[in-house]
Design a protein around this ligand. Structure first.
Ligand code: THU
Length: 164
């Protein structure tokens, strides 16, 4: 692992998981991210009777950071989760789903840094650290849109606003 384990951040993630609304899967996930000024933003998964509208824990945490104007300042994110019905915690860590990897990559590219993604099970007995570049290699990010703009000659403002 590249760095000292951020236990406080992972405990914040595990604590958020306790507030997960996951009555359909019984799988609770919490995420807590840290920005360069030391702020922490947390989220927990929120399921829905129409299943497909489930919101992941990481989305909640990233959305909170974004609302505070700090999406470009995310340094690391801790994710902790597991099955609430299991009588004891297994060693299985939770890694972010594909959509969440894309959202973390957006934040990383905005801040020009490679975000650390600390993945854990609910009792933090298993912890593994990845970089978002490892979890989503060759990802498509905001910088790619700028390249497209250069190639096509369409102005960046047009690309970002979606106006033609
Ligand atoms: N889940 C997350 O919150 N984050 C992930 O990265 C993986 C999956 C949630 C969604 C759903 O509520 C439950 O875990 C089972 O998939």
């Amino acid at each position: 692992m590249p760095e000292k384990i951020p236990y406080e951040l992972l405990r914040a993630a595990a604590s958020a998981a306790r507030n997960a609304y996951a009555p359909y899967s019984n799988f609770a996930v919490g995420a807590a991210l840290q920005t360069s000024d030391g702020s922490v933003f947390a989220g927990a998964n929120m399921e829905n009777a129409s299943y497909g509208l489930t919101v992941c824990a990481e989305v909640g945490a990233l959305q909170a950071a974004s609302t505070a104007g700090k999406l470009a300042d995310v340094v690391r994110i801790g994710i902790a989760g597991g099955n609430l019905r299991a009588d004891k915690c297994d060693g299985e860590i939770v890694t972010p789903c594909g959509r969440c990897r894309q959202l973390i990559l957006e934040s990383a590219r905005l801040g020009s840094r490679d975000i650390e993604v600390w993945c854990a099970n609910l009792d933090l007995s298993s912890i593994k650290c990845f970089k978002i570049s490892e979890l989503l290699p060759h990802g498509f990010g905001p910088d790619n849109l700028v390249k497209i703009k250069i190639q096509t000659g369409i102005e960046a403002e047009t690309v970002h606003s979606g106006r033609r």
